[in-house]
Every structure is written in structure tokens, then in C-alpha cells.
Design a protein around this ligand. Structure first.
Ligand code: SF4
Length: 710
């Protein structure tokens, strides 16, 4: 009889429930879990092909040191010894971990505990830095905490859903399916897409605003001004000035501060000026602003087009400002909503997996929080200053400041900006450890020590999706070869570094219970993240854990689905902060590199294709890397459809197929991020992206690089 196991999809931040069936002959099939509140049985193309990606072809099954297979003891002893020697000789900041939103929360927790609380450095960052760091920074500036206020249900309840820099149909497909179903049931619901490209998501939208790249903050600053001066819109010529009915004065006065400053920074709304800044026409702007003014139930969903920018954090705050000004936050069908790219970017945030955060959403800059975490861990040290964020971390590897590096479950040689420099840095690093599931990735090939990690279907732990819902990933396959879960590998190294008693876990249930206890430790409701209800969870209860949204405080039956409807925030005075935003983007125009390069995902591939590259049917959607460019540009360049095009930046070049389409704006080129040297020679697009970062979040601007085309 087939064995059935409820687990969670390992791809995007929607976090769909999956039922995996293992037949008597070992054949695996998957289907959507009808009881999971994220997807109610739906799966997208990637999720439904999961069973085609779990074979052992190409798996790393034994530890290796300098290309030779060795036993675990030898590999782990070496890792512990080299990290300990490096720390003894050069200090704790001479080592670093680079993690991944693919790790489970329990893996993330122990890695963060080891680096911050026992090694004593905060040089632990993650590929989530490339994904949602600007949302984290924006949330913390506005709310005093990294809190996503709403739920997926809000998209279904809203009268207007604004999708900003989000190709939801391809990148969060099941959430897009839920939105499409809601619109079908209520055709009067309006969907607006704000995106320079006419993506497939535009087909779902009533209004597509093809803005100039990086002009989102100008658009939302304009909205803030219009909310105060609706008389600037033709349809509202007689609206009172200075006492606009579109502002929630009670909410602004009682629950926020900084409104006047934000309004002053936004400037007096002038539709012609906004049109000039955004590349939109006045009619489009009027239509958009009127929709926002007329419909209280509005959700603004944003993703990488907002986050991956030199002004990503300001863009986030320009959106949040408009929701604070109207009190449209934390109520059914209302709120700003960041959708994360990865399956566990949120879980990583919860355990402090970013270099500038502490566990349980505490702040590394806050002495009281440091004392709480160190006291709870009973640790010998704690890093009191933020560590190096991803781009700076690899620069420090290149400069020789970091001398021992451990990369877990990610492939920075392909996915980091200035990827060739990252590769050179790793090559030059004296000691590099990589834990991964595959035997061959562009990063793994550079490792001195390769550690075989458990893959999806073998792993056991939890993940958190974009609506704060914690779900179990459960194993239904045996561990192959000598592979082990990441939490086990980290704790074995920690023990060998002399921290045995603090890392004496018998499994992920025990780690989850400790993480839950820490979230509730000296937390009297003054911090947002609290899952203390699970502080004493045992293995049996952990196995049966149903998906739930935090907070879940001990001793309370939590019905909290949304944050901030009561106007109480996590700042010192309990008020939300308006953030003044200029909306100005550094001018990066360069006559040698006249095109804007935008990188992103395709529907059926994931990251650097280590998993989706195994499923032939997923590769049949887009079989090779391509450059999407407008027919006018193709004509000027003399490039015919399907010819090869060479893209060149100051950092490198790729050669990919030309996809000539008017879905692309003139002057802009889109190239997907997935292809690596393992799949397509000359297709590593992140080698071309200059590592410019947002000053608050450190997130790289992966959507506005400069290239020329031949
Ligand atoms: Fe997996 Fe995301 Fe697709 Fe759901 S929408 S099945 S989480 S890839």
C-alpha cells in the first residue's frame, strides 16, 4: 500500500502543501494538499514536477576533501580544526557562513547560533539578501519590526490589488491562481500591474503601468501627494485641500509619526512631473490614483522589482507610507504585502539568518536583545555589531580578510552579482567548505571540502511562507549514501569546535522547541515573533504539526491573522514611522552601455536549476537562456529573432538567444537568471551585473544593470 506524507513544496515563498505518495515499488508521485491553507490542493508546474527531480543522478553522496572521498569524521574534524585555527590566529571575523533560503528553519537556527553566539562573529549572511532584504529594512524602518502585516486571503478580499515589480503569474503561481479565481468570482475586483515589462501577469491585470525602471518610488510618492491633494486629479476637482477625505487623520495622528515630513519629501503632486519621472502618461496616472482613492480595500503586493534596487528600501517605504496615510493596514483586504522569493526566506529571518539581525526577530544593535539572546543560549560571546552583508562578505573573501568560508545550499558563483569576481574570491580563499546535494555545481567545484547534504524528500524540519505560515517539510525517502541533514552537519562541527553541550540535539524537533522557547523568552508581547506555544513540543507533536501562522503565544489561543489593525507597532513609542523618500535614483546612464539589463525568473525553473534542471518537461518551457529585447532595438542592432546576441557589461559578457518581443520596453533587455556553466556555456547573466547595493538593506540592484548588445 502506498505511503502518503504531507510536506511542503521547496520552491517559492507561497509555501504550498504537497502530498507525496510512495508506492510499494518505490515510485513517488505528488499532488497538492487540499487541506493546506496556502494552496488548497493547487500546485504549479514546478511543484507538480517534484517527483521528477528526486532521483540520485548527480548526487553528492560522500564527503570529499580535495577531491578524495573521505569518511564524515575526517571531513568534520578538518572543518572544525581549520575554522578554529583561523579564529585563533585572525579573530572571529576572519570566518564566514553563506546560507540559503533553501535551508530549513532548524538548519538556519543552529548555523546562526554557532556563528553569532559561539564563534562570536555576525559574518553569516544568506542568499535571501538578494531576495527580500529591502523589505526587511523597510518593515523595520516603518513598523520597528520585520512584520508582514497581512495574509494571502487579503488578496482575495481586496477590491484593488496592486502588483508592483512582481511577475506573480510565473514567480508565485499558486498565489496568482488564487487571485485569478477571486477575480473570476468578483469581476469588479481590479488588478493593477506596475512593471516595466508586459509579463504574463499583465494578462491578469485591468491596468498595466509600464513604468520606467526604478521609478516606483516616484509613483507612490505621487500617490501620497495625491491622497493629500486629490484636487490634482480631474475626477476630484472640488475635493477639499489640506483636509483630504482620503487620508485617515485619526490613524495618522494617533498611531504614526513623520507624516508631514514624508509628505514634504514627496513634494506637491504634479501629474506632468510624475509622468515625466515614471514614463507613464497622465491618463494612466489618473486612472491608477483614482482606483486607490476610491477603493479602501486595497492590497499592494511587491516583490523583486521593488527589492532589487539601489533604492529598494525607499521603494518599500514609499508603498507603506501610502497604506499608513490611509489606515489601510492589518485589516481584511488591506495592506502592504511583500511576497518572498524563496521557500524559507521568512524562516531564515525568524532565526536571525541575516548578518544584521538576531534570532527571533531581535535587533543586533539593541543591547537588551543581545543580553536576552546570549543569556538564553548561555553562550560565551555574542556579536554586537552587524556582520558583512552578502556583497561585502564576498569582497572580504576577495581581499583576504575572510580566510575560511562555509557555503550551504546555494551557488553564489552563479547567483551573486559580479559573479566572476565572486568566483575569483572563492578560488583565492584559503579554506572553502560547501554543503550541497549535488556533486557538481559551479560553486562546489571550488570547494576544498564537499559535504553531502540531505535533499527535499529526505529533509525533516519547518519552513515559513510569505504570510507567516509555518509548515512542516517531512521526509518520505531514506537518506542516500552518507548524506546528512544540514542541521546535523553544523552541530557536528560545533561539537568538534568545543561547543558540544550547546549543540546536543537529537533531531529537528528539539531544535524547533528551543527556537520556540527563545521566541517567547522575556517577550511580554513587545516583540512580534512569538511561537512560544510550541516551546515544549515533543517529537510526536512535531511530526503531526499542522500549518499555522505566527504569532502563537504560550497560554493563548491566538486568532491573530493580521498585525497592526489596532494601530500598535513595535517601535519604542508604539507608533509607525512614515519615512521621507526622495524617489531619486542615481543616474547610471552610460553611453558605452546604453541598455538597462533586468534579470529574473522564468516560469518553470528555479534559481540555478540544481533541481528543476533534472525535469525534462520543465526545461521544455524555456530550453535555453535568452535576451528579451524590443523589435525597435533589434532592428537598430540588426538582430533577427532567434539569432545569438552578445551582451557586454563592464564586468563580463554572455551569449544568448535573442527573443524579440514588444513585451519589452525599448532600451531594456531581460535575461533569466537560471543558466549556469553546468547548463549553458556563456549564460551566467549575474556575471554582468555590477554589485551596486541599497544603502539600508545591502540588497544588490539586479534589475537595473547597464549593458550593450551586439
Ligand atoms: Fe511550489 Fe510555489 Fe508552485 Fe506552490 S506556487 S507549487 S510553493 S513553486
Amino acid at each position: 500500500m502506498a505511503k502518503e506524507v504531507k510536506t511542503t513544496c521547496p520552491y517559492c515563498g507561497v509555501g504550498c502543501g504537497v502530498i507525496a505518495s510512495v508506492a510499494d515499488d518505490g515510485a513517488v508521485s505528488v499532488r497538492g494538499d487540499p487541506d493546506h491553507p496556502a494552496n488548497f490542493g493547487r500546485l504549479c508546474s514546478k511543484g507538480s514536477a517534484l517527483a521528477e527531480t528526486i532521483d540520485l543522478d548527480g548526487r553528492l553522496l560522500e564527503p570529499e576533501v580535495n577531491g578524495k572521498k573521505v569518511g564524515w569524521d575526517r571531513a568534520l574534524d578538518l572543518v572544525a580544526r581549520r575554522f578554529s585555527e583561523t579564529i585563533a590566529g585572525h579573530g572571529p571575523d576572519s570566518v564566514a557562513f553563506y546560507l540559503s533560503g533553501q535551508l530549513l528553519t532548524e538548519d538556519y537556527y543552529v548555523a546562526n547560533k554557532l556563528m553569532k553566539g559561539f564563534i562570536g562573529s555576525a559574518n553569516i549572511d544568506t542568499n535571501s539578501r538578494l531576495c527580500m532584504a529591502s523589505s526587511v529594512a523597510g518593515h523595520r524602518r516603518a513598523f520597528g519590526s520585520d512584520t508582514v502585516p497581512g495574509t494571502y486571503e487579503d488578496l482575495e478580499l481586496a477590491d484593488v490589488v496592486i502588483l508592483v515589480g512582481s511577475n506573480l503569474v510565473w514567480c508565485h503561481p499558486v498565489l496568482a491562481q488564487r487571485l485569478a479565481a477571486a477575480k473570476e468570482a468578483r469581476p469588479e475586483m481590479k488588478i493593477v500591474l506596475v512593471d516595466p515589462r508586459r509579463t504574463m501577469t499583465a494578462d491578469l491585470a485591468d491596468l498595466h503601468l509600464a513604468i520606467r525602471p526604478d521609478s516606483d518610488a516616484a509613483l507612490f510618492n505621487g500617490l501620497l501627494g495625491i491622497l493629500n491633494h486629490p484636487d490634482c486629479l480631474e475626477e476630484h476637482p472640488n475635493s477639499p485641500v489640506g483636509n483630504s477625505p482620503h487620508l485617515d487623520r485619526d490613524f495618522i495622528e494617533n498611531h504614526t509619526c513623520g507624516f508631514e515630513e514624508a509628505l514634504a519629501a514627496a513634494g506637491c503632486p504634479d501629474l506632468d512631473e510624475i509622468a515625466h519621472a515614471t514614463g507613464l502618461n497622465v491618463r494612466e496616472l489618473s486612472d491608477f490614483y483614482s482606483l486607490f482613492l476610491k477603493n479602501e480595500k486595497t492590497v499592494t503586493v511587491y516583490s523583486q522589482g521593488v527589492n532589487q534596487s539601489e533604492i529598494g528600501t525607499d521603494k518599500v517605504n514609499s508603498i507603506i507610507n501610502c497604506h499608513l496615510a490611509t489606515g489601510r493596514i492589518g485589516k481584511p483586504g488591506m495592506g502592504p504585502f511583500s511576497v518572498t522569493g524563496q521557500p524559507n526566506a521568512m524562516g531564515g529571518r525568524e532565526v536571525g539568518g541575516l548578518a544584521n539581525m538576531l534570532a527571533a526577530h531581535m535587533a543586533i544593535e539593541n543591547p537588551e536583545h543581545l543580553e536576552i539572546v546570549q543569556g538564553f543560549w548561555n553562550s560565551p560571546t555574542i556579536s554586537s555589531t552587524p556582520g558583512l552583508k552578502a556583497v561585502d562578505l564576498f569582497k572580504a573573501v576577495k581581499s583576504g580578510k575572510i580566510k575560511a568560508l562555509w557555503i550551504m545550499a546555494t551557488n553564489p558563483v552563479d547567483s551573486m552579482p559580479e559573479a566572476d569576481d565572486v568566483k575569483a574570491a572563492i578560488v583565492a580563499c584559503p579554506f572553502v567548505v560547501v554543503s550541497d546535494v549535488l556533486e557538481k555545481t559551479d560553486t562546489l567545484e571550488l570547494a576544498h571540502v564537499k559535504l553531502p547534504a540531505a535533499a527535499w524528500g529526505e529533509k525533516d524540519g519547518t519552513v515559513t511562507n510569505s504570510e507567516r505560515r509555518i509548515s512542516r517539510q517531512r521526509p518520505f525517502l531514506p537518506l542516500p549514501g552518507s548524506a546528512h541533514p544540514d542541521w546535523w552537519i553544523v552541530t557536528e562541527v560545533a561539537r568538534r569546535m568545543g561547543f558540544a553541550s550547546a549543540f546536543d540535539y537529537d533531531g529537528p524537533a528539539e531544535i524547533f522547541a528551543e527556537h520556540s522557547r527563545l521566541s517567547a523568552y522575556r517577550n511580554n508581547g513587545d516583540r512580534d515573533f512569538d511561537i512560544g506555544a510550541y516551546a515544549e513540543i515533543d517529537r510526536q507533536a512535531y511530526d503531526g504539526l499542522q500549518p499555522f501562522q505566527w504569532p502563537q503565544r504560550a497560554g493563548e489561543v491566538s486568532e491573530t491573522k493580521r498585525f497592526f489593525a489596532d494601530g500598535a507597532f513595535y517601535t519604542a513609542d508604539g507608533r509607525a514611522r512614515f519615512v521621507p523618500v526622495s524617489g531619486k535614483v542615481p543616474d547610471r546612464h552610460d553611453p558605452d552601455y546604453p541598455f538597462t539589463l533586468n534579470t529574473g525568473r522564468v516560469r518553470d525553473h528555479w534559481h540555478t536549476m540544481t533541481r528543476t534542471g533534472k525535469a525534462a518537461r520543465l526545461s521544455s518551457h524555456m530550453a535555453e537562456p535568452f535576451a528579451e529585447l524590443h523589435p525597435d532595438d533589434a532592428s537598430v542592432l540588426g538582430i533577427a529573432p532567434a539569432e545569438l546576441v552578445r551582451l557586454i557589461s563592464s564586468r563580463g559578457e554572455v551569449i544568448v538567444r535573442a527573443l524579440v518581443t514588444d513585451r519589452q520596453q525599448p532600451g531594456s533587455i531581460f535575461v533569466p537568471m537560471h543558466w549556469t556553466d553546468q547548463f549553458a556555456s556563456k549564460g551566467r547573466i549575474d556575471a554582468l551585473v555590477k554589485a551596486r547595493t541599497d544603502p539600508y538593506s545591502g540588497q544588490p540592484a539586479s534589475k537595473n544593470a547597464r549593458v550593450r548588445a551586439e
